[in-house]
Design a protein around this ligand. Structure first.
Ligand code: HEM
Length: 411
């Protein structure tokens, strides 16, 4: 009887019986889930200062977002009549509803920031380069990363509309109008996004479906591939330093450590740290909720979500008025320039021809010029976001943040 029960138990949880240790090892190595990490890693790639663990932080934030998002799905109703009320209920009626909403919202903002910073760190460490490895193809992970960045932005943007308040509908109006300015296809793009010629129920259900199913699933698939590629590329780029030293005949012995407990312990620490930080924001900062959405009342100024404010600023800068004639910068500032920047960044991993020694090293001398150019554009984007956030007032005029003209907020 005991033997029978044991067999049933084994059939339920494990269907494969390895004949020996070799076969067991191979089975684990081939399985993606059982073999996320190699058994041993170089200590250098696990250091706090190399990767700053920003990729892991991004993944933890995505995990927090998934859990809180699934619970929110029980409470949120994606209809224009009930969406706003369901968010109000979260704030005032549902036990710990405010907590759930705050946590989801702050984790989302943090994720946009951490994915961006992760990309910045990968660039500065030349971590998309292959060093002297013949097997690695780290450029692919850079390209996958750029797509992940885009998906992260879209996830956040699609969630912005869901509270169906003034902030949501006008921020999304600004974003979708930028997409509409693409020549020839603009109206079609808008129609596909909004499901009509204005933001209403069709838009809400589209954004909702993108937000809760399509984009998270895409992010999960891409992230799994991203991690798998790191294994196939023989680990983080910093391992190239040991290979280069060994090849040059220097007597270096890379310091290797077991993934369990070394990597596991650090991942647990990073996860806890990230969680505590999000918890802090959740408890001490409130999530905004304005008046119910109305397309009849335009806030002045209407601003895009913070991570798209640099696009709105670019649109303003490239809009030129000569006499009665206005050249709308929607396409040049909102689509063309960002597309050129994004395209150049994506293919940069294939263009960068700095020497193998620059792989996996912070600010290597040989990459000085490209690091400066990259810093210039990164600071420009961050600067434009801050400027548009604090110094743009009514009619997109420039004001000190404390000296906005007296204007009714809604006109
Ligand atoms: C959802 C977004 C993303 C997640 C969850 C993620 C996750 C990770 C993780 C966990 C690592 C291991 C090292 C670390 O923790 O930093 C990593 C490495 C890497 N990521 Fe990402 N990543 C994301 C987006 C990006 C982006 C936007 C880029 C660049 C455009 C990128 C490029 C890379 C590269 C090239 C590596 C290998 C780094 C090395 O060898 O040192 N990733 N990513």
């Amino acid at each position: 009887m005991k033997e029978k029960l044991y067999q049933v138990w084994r059939a339920l949880i494990w269907t494969f019986d390895p004949a020996d240790r070799g076969e067991a090892g191979k089975a684990i190595t081939r399985n993606f889930w059982l073999h996320w990490f190699p058994p041993r890693m170089t200590k250098r790639s696990l250091s706090w200062g190399y990767s700053l663990w920003l990729g892991t932080i991004s993944a933890v934030l995505f995990f927090i977002l998934t859990i809180t998002g699934i619970i929110l799905m029980f409470l949120y109703v994606p209809s224009v009549e009930r969406a706003y009320q369901s968010i109000k209920d979260l704030e005032y009626a549902v036990s710990f509803g405010w907590f759930l909403r705050n946590m989801h919202r702050w984790a989302a903002h943090m994720m946009v920031a951490s994915v961006f910073l992760h990309m910045v760190r990968v660039f500065y460490t030349g971590a998309y380069k292959n060093g002297i490895s013949h097997m690695a193809k780290r450029q692919i992970n850079w390209v996958v990363g750029m797509i992940l960045l885009g998906v992260t932005l879209l996830l956040s943007f699609s969630g912005y509309l869901l509270p169906w308040d003034q902030l949501a509908i006008w921020a999304v109006t600004v974003g979708t109008q930028i997409a509409r300015s693409v020549p020839i296809l603009g109206d079609d793009i808008y129609y596909v996004l909004a499901g009509g010629t204005r933001l209403d129920q069709n838009a809400l259900i589209r954004f909702y479906t993108l937000h809760v199913i399509f984009l998270p699933a895409l992010l999960l698939v891409l992230f799994s591939y991203h991690m798998w590629r790191i294994r196939k590329d023989e680990g983080l780029a910093s391992v190239e330093q040991e290979k280069i030293a060994r090849k040059s005949g220097k007597p270096v012995q890379p310091e290797m450590v077991f993934s369990t407990p070394w990597a596991v312990r650090r991942i647990i620490l990073v996860s806890l740290g990230t969680f505590v930080w999000v918890l802090f924001l959740t408890v001490f900062l409130e999530s905004p909720l304005e008046e119910p959405a109305s397309l009849e009342w335009t806030p002045n100024p209407a601003k895009a979500p913070w991570y798209f404010l640099w696009l709105q600023e670019l649109v303003a800068i490239t809009t030129i008025r000569i006499g009665g004639f206005t050249l709308n910068g929607g396409f040049i500032g909102g689509v063309l320039i960002p597309a050129i920047l994004g395209g150049a960044a994506t293919i940069w991993a294939f263009i960068d021809k700095s020497p193998p020694e620059a792989t996996g090293v912070w600010f290597h001398r040989s990459r000085l010029v490209q690091n400066l150019v990259f810093t210039f554009f990164a600071l420009l984007i961050v600067g434009m976001i801050i400027f548009a956030m604090y110094f743009r007032g009514p009619y997109w005029g420039v004001y000190w943040p404390w000296a906005w003209p007296e204007l009714p907020e809604i006109i």
